[in-house]
Write a protein that binds this ligand. Structure first.
Ligand SMILES: [Ca+2]
Ligand SMILES: [Ca+2]
Ligand SMILES: [Ca+2]
Length: 266
């Protein structure tokens, strides 16, 4: 009996030490995660409050025709002398876009689109970031084919065409606080990984379908106009600061070294 009791004590001691070591690792890991993550408020990232207006023709604000599309929730706002209808920002490691509409909707069922010309051939669009509240209810980053007219643009819907998706609740703001804006975002690293660039000309539209453009066209254009007539000035999105990531990695290495240098209790 005594022998068994001793074996039991040894076993309990080993388990106790194992739990202590694992607990230390959990505490360190949790503290590291808390230190490295940006402050968030129930979301994966923060939205910017400092939007940069998109421009066209070397500095004119990017605009649409006002009050030319029904319903107002897909009618891009503005005119050549008015405020821009499209904005962008790089904030909290996410590329963010804002589209200004002429009205809101309680239950919108449409698609808001940001197209990208990334290869320099202005007769084609290569990618789209779109908020699809018509079919899939998510933010989608997809391959685009077709052209050179706007009505010939085709957004891929096959699994191989959809490069990335984000939940609507995380990556879109649909008429926040009942303001007539649609905001959508994609992680900077995701965009660069798929496109191989962070420099592009953009085209902003709305649609009743998730695989084409058939609602509002930019700059007073119509469906038979050319893609290149609707492209913004080139936007070169700067790389986000890597200071935090490098600092976090150094902290991680230092802690790992400290843990390894502790005498083993086995
Ligand atoms: Ca419009
Ligand atoms: Ca192109
Ligand atoms: Ca879709």
């Amino acid at each position: 009996m005594k022998k068994n009791s001793n074996m039991g004590n040894v076993g309990l001691f080993a388990i106790s030490n194992l739990l202590k070591r694992n607990l230390l690792r959990y505490v360190v890991t949790a503290a590291l995660a808390a230190a490295l993550l940006p402050t968030v408020h129930g979301a994966l990232f923060n939205w910017t409050t400092q939007w940069t207006p998109m421009t066209v023709n070397g500095g004119t604000q990017y605009y649409h025709d006002p009050n030319d599309i029904n319903p107002a929730s897909v009618d891009l706002l503005g005119n050549a002398s008015g405020p821009a209808c499209a904005f962008w920002a790089l904030h909290d490691n996410h590329i963010q876009f804002r589209l200004a509409m002429s009205g809101t909707s309680q239950n919108p069922q449409a698609v808001w689109q940001v197209f990208f010309d990334t290869d320099g051939n202005e007769n084609t669009l290569e990618y789209v970031l779109q908020l699809d509240l018509k079919v899939d209810n998510r933010v989608e980053f997809a391959k685009v084919t077709g052209g050179p007219t706007l009505e010939q643009v085709s957004v891929g819907t096959e699994t191989t065409d959809i490069l990335w998706t984000g939940a609507r609740a995380d990556y879109a703001n649909v008429f926040p606080a009942n303001a007539s804006y649609i905001d959508l975002a994609i992680p900077y690293s995701t965009f660069v990984a798929f496109t191989g660039t962070s420099s592009a000309r953009l085209l902003f539209t709305t649609s009743a379908d998730h695989n084409n453009i058939n609602k509002d066209y930019p700059l007073g254009l119509s469906s038979s106009d050319l893609i290149n007539a609707g492209l913004s000035d080139n936007v070169a999105i700067p790389e986000p600061s890597t200071g935090l990531a490098v600092g976090g990695l150094m902290l991680l290495l230092a802690l790992g070294k400290k843990l390894r240098s502790q005498p083993s209790q086995r």
